[in-house]
Write a protein that binds this ligand. Sequence first.
Ligand code: FES
Length: 121
Amino acid sequence: MLPLFLCQSLYLGIVTLPRSYIFSFKERAKMITVSVCVGSSCHLKGAYEIIRICEELIEELGLKNQIELKGNFCLGRCTEDGVTVMVDEEILSGVSPQNFKQVFEEKVLKKLEEGSADGSN
Ligand code: FES
């Protein structure tokens, strides 16, 4: 049995997709990747706490379809202060559980806003 939207499309002689398909495609197109280094040095500086905070922010702000959270092994910045975090291709050093919310707002949310404003990303 054909889904209802296909039956209507065939009857009308046009092919359309339901709005939910179009919206989910758009949301996937705006995906931002946040990678938190979980190498030994970053682990000791609070990487897992940052991951927990990031998961909470994603859940709280309803951004599950727009942000992919990953763990990364050493990004080669162990000697710098804080945890190393990547937002797409940008590497950020000096991230801590104390400043992560600010980093998230300035780097991740701002990037999402820019992407939705110009229709890209
Ligand atoms: S362990 Fe994180 S940058 Fe090396």
